[in-house]
Design a protein around this ligand. Structure first.
Ligand SMILES: [Fe+2]
Length: 319
């Protein structure tokens, strides 16, 4: 990175670093937790009712962190067409993304402007049934942070999101991954450690979201004494996971490249808004893609507009 770019990035990170440090002060942390608990209790009677199939997914995510289904069995209108469109897009970008990988870029994804040209992919994440499921799990009105089409080159390198980590955006989150390629053990499956109390694992005040180097090493197929759940499946497999409560990673791919969509959800006022806005889509693009949707869908998509002002003034951290 050039010097000016590096300095600019560092200057922009000052506000969120201050906010992050303040939020960790015990008194502030306790106050915010109390407010959060009260909001959850207040919202409980308004939570959507789930179908038995949705209930089963919610229970699995709650108890073991992850639940896997064939997307076709979820009854979401338009899933077949959406899958075709996303698979075509992944195919069209594969060579360019592989070239970026060779240039040393670790986190490869189809640019947001391309996603904005395919609103059926973005809008899929706003299906009313999906919002019900996510809201029932999070326990509060929800935010939809959009979708990214991520590409993993089969180079076996354990970098970026291929290291064990927890996501930092909120206390509870749902990520829905949909595979666009067949994913076997060598194809970079999503993996998760079903440890119920990972918050007790801390590496330091700023960096409690990644495992220490020594703990990264598998022993008898276990990490932190637990066997990872490895989500393998054909194209069209949907994986629901709470990536905030549970350590997870994309296993480094060694056999085939992997393409997958990642839809992201958390509470409308998340714990750390400065780690959100990951899709790269602008307000204008999101508004254009959602203008004919219901007030509930628009509120989830345009969640940033209802954040309290101080949070909106803090520039988000770079991906
Ligand atoms: Fe993650």
């Amino acid at each position: 990175m050039d010097l000016v770019g590096g300095l600019k990035r560092r200057a922009q990170s000052v506000p969120w670093r201050i906010a992050s440090d303040l939020a960790q002060r015990p008194m502030i942390h306790t106050l915010r937790t109390r407010r959060y608990d009260a909001s959850v209790a207040l919202h409980r009677p308004a939570l959507p009712r789930l179908t038995p199939a949705q209930d089963a997914i919610l229970a699995e995510v709650d108890q073991r962190g992850v639940s896997q289904r064939d997307i076709a069995t979820l009854g979401i209108p338009g899933s077949g067409a959406m899958l075709l469109s996303a698979a075509d897009l992944a195919q069209a970008w594969a060579d360019r993304l592989r070239a970026r990988g060779r240039e040393g870029i670790d986190f490869l994804y189809v640019p947001a402007d391309e996603i904005a040209r395919h609103p059926e992919i973005y809008r899929f994440g706003l299906d009313a049934g999906l919002l019900d499921l996510v809201e029932a799990y999070i326990g509060l009105p929800i935010a939809y942070d959009g979708v990214t089409l991520q590409y993993t080159v089969a180079d076996g390198r354990p970098v970026s999101t291929r290291k064990w980590h927890r996501d930092r955006e909120d206390r509870r989150m749902v990520k829905m991954a949909i595979y666009l390629t067949d994913v076997d053990a060598a194809g970079g499956p999503f993996q998760l450690l079903p440890i119920l109390d990972p918050a007790s694992y801390e590496t330091g005040p700023r960096d409690m979201f990644y495992l220490r180097e020594a703990d990264e090493v598998e022993q008898d197929g276990c990490v932190l004494g637990t066997r990872p759940i490895s989500c393998e499946g054909p194209a069209g497999t949907a994986v629901f996971a709470d990536t905030a409560r549970f350590f997870h990673r994309g296993k480094p791919a060694t056999g085939n490249d992997r393409a997958a969509l990642f839809f992201s959800y958390f509470a409308r006022i998340p714990e750390r808004p400065f780690f959100c806005y990951r899709s790269g889509l602008s307000y204008r693009q999101i508004a254009a893609m959602t203008d004919d949707l219901s007030p509930r869908q628009r509120a989830a998509a345009l969640w940033r507009q209802t954040l309290p002002l101080p949070w909106r003034l803090i520039p988000p951290s770079a991906v």
